[in-house]
Write a protein that binds this ligand. Structure first.
Ligand SMILES: C[S@@+](CC[C@H](N)C(=O)[O-])C[C@H]1O[C@@H](n2cnc3c(N)ncnc32)[C@H](O)[C@@H]1O
Length: 269
């Protein structure tokens, strides 16, 4: 009897695991959260999400006139740090497959009328960005909804779209290393955020998913490993005791690419 219960539990976990990485599930989730995502994200992270986006963008070299791809752009939350760096001669290609998130991004684009911003409503695994066309890829909080297989496909896609020597930087919410912080942070993500979601008129079931994805994702170490296996140079970094983590790197060639102190202090593959 107990064995049957355990088998059932494992079967449920496998179904759940497949479901959370199903692209339609992810798309619906973000379509449904689009009205409350930005506010919730800011409040529930105590402003840390903004800080981590800035760290993600500023950690990599972006030059005036660069063509930057902001993958899994959402509502364009990373743009305000990217746009002053590429200037009016640069191009920002912002890609996401959630039409509802992109509706908000279209509104944001109107506020940045002086810049060249192309918004693509596409799946990152089936995108129309030209091969070898991008100077820098950015992604804020866009990688935790991918399984390992998908991360491998993402590494291939980034290798394809980047120019030789092109750079990338990504960051996502992670499970901290320290036991006490881990317990508190995961409790907050799994139980408090859904309640806040309800208070701010979101659906608590949707906001529960942040904890589910973060628990599965753990941190960006496996992304770092996968990106290295696919021929990209990558460095893994942690923010605020591991509450967020990311990778910064480049498509191989000899060009000097990373900003300053950040790169020198990180372990490499
Ligand atoms: C957590 S939001 C991040 C939004 C934004 N970059 C930020 O900094 O807050 C993740 C975004 O990734 C998008 N996304 C997930 N899987 C995707 C895929 N396969 N192709 C394109 N976009 C995807 C979702 O629609 C969602 O808008």
């Amino acid at each position: 009897m107990r064995r049957a219960g355990r088998v059932e539990k494992i079967r449920f976990s496998v179904i759940m695991y497949k479901e959370i990485y199903n692209p339609d599930f992810v798309k619906n989730l973000f379509n449904n959260m689009s009205k409350t995502y930005e506010r919730m994200n800011y409040i529930t992270s105590f402003g840390f999400s903004e800080r981590w986006r800035r760290i993600c963008v500023k950690g990599v070299q972006i030059n005036h006139g660069d063509h930057v791809a902001d993958l899994m752009t959402g509502m364009g939350e990373c743009w305000k740090t990217i746009l002053p760096r590429i200037g009016q001669k640069g191009i920002l290609t912002a890609l996401d497959f959630s039409s509802e998130m992109l509706l908000q991004a279209e509104k944001r684009k109107l506020k940045h009328g002086n810049y060249k911003i192309d918004i693509l409503c596409e799946d990152v695994f089936n995108n129309t960005i030209a091969t070898n066309s991008i100077d820098c890829v950015i992604s804020g909080f866009g990688i935790k909804t991918f399984s390992e297989d998908r991360l491998a496909s993402l590494a291939k896609e980034i290798n394809r779209i980047l120019k030789p020597g092109g750079r990338f930087s990504m960051i996502d919410v992670s499970v901290p290393d320290g036991k006490i912080l881990r317990l508190l942070y995961m409790f907050y993500l799994q139980y408090i955020i859904p309640i806040l979601g309800k208070l701010f008129l979101g659906n608590p079931e949707n906001y529960k998913m942040l904890g589910v994805y973060t628990k599965e994702f753990k941190n960006a170490q496996h992304c770092h490993d996968i990106f290295c296996q696919h021929g990209l140079e990558s460095k893994f970094n942690k923010q605020f005791f591991g509450c967020a983590s990311g990778i910064i790197g480049k498509k191989k060639d000899r060009v000097q690419y990373l900003s300053h102190k950040t790169f020198a202090s990180l372990p490499t593959c």
